[in-house]
Design a binder for this molecule. Sequence first.
Ligand SMILES: Cc1cc2nc3c(=O)[nH]c(=O)nc-3n(C[C@H](O)[C@H](O)[C@H](O)COP(=O)(O)O)c2cc1C
Length: 417
Amino acid sequence: MKCVDDFRLRFGRQELVPIVIGGMGVDISTAELALEVARLGGIGHISDAMVQTVSDRRFDTKFVSEKLKKYKTNAASSDKSNVHFNLAVLEEATRYHVGRTMEAKRGDGMIFINCMEKLTMNAPRETLRMRLSAALDAGIDGITLSAGLHLGSFALIEDHPRFRDARLGIIVSSARALAMFLRKNARLQRLPDYVVVEGPLAGGHLGFGIEDWAKYDLATLVGEVLTYLKAEHLDIPVIAAGGIFTGSDAAAFLELGAAAVQVATRFTVTRECGLPDKVKQEYFKANEHDIEVNTISPTGYPMRMLKGSPGIGAGIRPNCEAYGYLLDAHSRCAYIDAYNREVELHPTAKKVKVMDKTCLCTHMRNFDIWTCGHTAYRLKDTTLRLPDGSYQVLSAAHVFHDYQFSVDQKIALPPGV
Ligand SMILES: Cc1cc2nc3c(=O)[nH]c(=O)nc-3n(C[C@H](O)[C@H](O)[C@H](O)COP(=O)(O)O)c2cc1C
């Protein structure tokens, strides 16, 4: 029986262990995690979600408090049209986050950045162009386009000197979405270097409808994308993602024709992951019925999370003056509408509850939306229980090697502390 280590992901002459750790915003897939994965010969992701906040946390910059100071007087207004991101600040924060990470990189692996189109930042094109080009300037090995169809994203950076040499890929959930992307970008004569096919069991946002996500299955989707690429005579590595929990699961996708797997949930309980220790314990403790797919994300995409996430139902005042990453081109966010509706319905209440949407920026920033993959309920089987009843947090190297070498659906337990 083959294991993941019997396979390699090839980019030109570069050979990698075919394990990609998916981007987990906001700073859940930390630079530390990505660096460790690169050291081990795989691909690690950082994320550019709320990069100004991440920079403040990592480098003690003051980007968020300066933005808040500038727009503070607008806080009580539901009109956010005068709240803007300063592109120079966005560039600086991206350069810090990416540049410092790349300077620290060791080993044969690579570091990519996850860029979500849904972070529209009330100027979708301008901010996305800046995010992408600043990451390239700062030396990122590759960019994974996610949370959106990204039909115009390649064109935003077609004049960048690294447009043809950096590794650029896209996450899709169907062959149809990939076909659309390729058709839209045909004139650029620049194919993506890889395609991540993400199925319905993944963490974060899902590229399926709330009604029908459970009808899909990753192996079928990967098969459809492979068939489509073969029919089009296109040689683009396909990376399978979502619900791949063991080395054997991963090897099965590689045997099916995937060039690599992208995994995330198992790394949420590693030391290098950015979640606070207390939250890691919540992930370990989760049972299957504690996990749901809901529609509270203002992006409009369904999202999977633990039902106990403190951000569910919290009716905080929208915080766009400090953040505002989900404001669309018309300066609207579905949470602002939901919040205003509740305030109007309960004019005398000191605090309202908003059940149908959440202030995703604030709650992701504070690690209060506990997004996870469907398999999170199995995390407790990957570690040891400590005498105080808590679960032993793992090292990223331990989990990585378990994916790389394990067979027969075995999961290696860590050495005891
Ligand atoms: C905590 C968490 C946060 C995530 N955040 C993002 C994100 O910001 N952008 C994105 O494209 N995917 C995100 N994902 C999806 C992962 O990158 C990955 O593709 C997927 O979760 C893999 O499936 P698995 O978790 O079952 O291994 C997230 C997943 C998790 C578990």
